[in-house]
Design a binder for this molecule. Structure first.
Ligand code: BV8
Ligand code: ZN
Length: 242
């Protein structure tokens, strides 16, 4: 299987990469739906929704502070670095990540489209200002982060029921419609509209490669489905591309 993937990538001039929580798993970041999944003790509807934030902003911020903490202690893993190498090797390259953990950027990826936002940015509910998250001096869970305008700040991520950034989606579809290959790495293919990417790629004449620990909803439609750890498989593929 890996040889087939290498063959596709060797002849590709343009590559679309979609990543999910699985590419950060080997950095120690819990995935959403795995055994140690983030949703295990909280369900997505409890926390990653505008209603949850309206109802109990302190609880939602507590969850995000907890995740920021885990992520800031984590480092990019070989899978993130392999994606950086792919960006350097391919003439035309686009990385669309569902992850909000900033690890692709920390690994050195230049052009990262974040379909679900970024956990280290905040957005003001009043003036809409987007800013890098400033850890409050006093203990985080006592006060809620406030904007300079006095408005409440929320994490600059896309919650369930919220529209994804239209420009990012449009750019992704435009690139995908002309891509020779698409690499789908570390996503369960459950969350929409990102989950539609493999199907859209298939309908075009884009060759699709999946790397995942286990079979997923998209394994039956991709051209090559490789089972294994992204941190092991991706560096092997990149090394074979020379
Ligand atoms: C929208 C940001 C409309 C926040 C996230 C019923 C049917 C279909 C759709 C829906 C439905 N009901 C509701 C919907 C829509 C909903 C949706 O898709 N729900 C799902 C649950 C069914 N989608 C939305 O609401 C989206 N918005 O539709 O808006 C709209 C339109 C116009 C105007 C107004 C509204 C918004 C969705 C965005 C939600 N935000 N995150 C935060 O992070 O706090 S989603 C969240 O899940 C993360 O971003 C995460 O990235 C994403 C997807 O999960 P994965 O990345 O795939 O992670 P997961 O744990 O699931 O899988 C990990 C995989 O890695 C596994 O397969 C595992 O095997 C693999 N793996 C593990 N280790 C490794 C590995 N692979 C390789 N190597 C390893 N080492
Ligand atoms: Zn403001």
């Amino acid at each position: 299987m890996i040889e087939k993937a290498i063959g596709i990538l060797k002849s590709a001039k343009s590559l679309f990469v979609l990543t999910g929580a699985g590419i950060s798993a080997e950095s120690g970041i819990p995935t959403f739906r795995g055994a140690d999944g983030l949703w295990k003790n909280y369900s997505a509807t409890d926390l990653a929704t505008p209603e949850a934030f309206k109802k109990d902003p302190a609880l939602v911020w507590e969850w995000y502070h907890w995740r920021q903490n885990i992520i800031s202690k984590a480092d990019p893993n070989p899978a993130h670095y392999a994606v950086v190498d792919l960006e350097k090797k391919l003439e035309r390259f686009l990385l669309l990540t569902q992850n909000v953990d900033n690890l692709h950027q920390r690994a050195g990826s230049k052009n990262v489209l974040e379909i679900h936002g970024n956990i280290f940015r905040t957005r003001c509910l009043i003036c809409g200002e987007i800013a890098d998250y400033q850890k409050p001096s006093e203990p985080a869970n006592s006060t809620l982060p406030k904007c300079t305008c006095g408005g409440s700040l929320r994490p600059d991520v896309v919650w369930f029921g919220e529209a994804i950034p239209q420009d990012i989606w449009q750019n992704s579809l435009d690139f995908l419609s002309r891509a020779d290959a698409a690499l789908i790495c570390g996503t369960s293919g459950i969350v929409w509209p990102a989950a539609a990417i493999p199907e859209i790629a298939k309908r075009g004449n884009t060759k699709t490669i999946e790397i995942n620990l286990e079979p997923t909803a998209v394994s039956s439609i991709v051209d090559v489905s490789i089972q294994g750890k992204a941190g092991e498989i991706l560096p092997k593929i990149v090394a074979a591309l020379g």
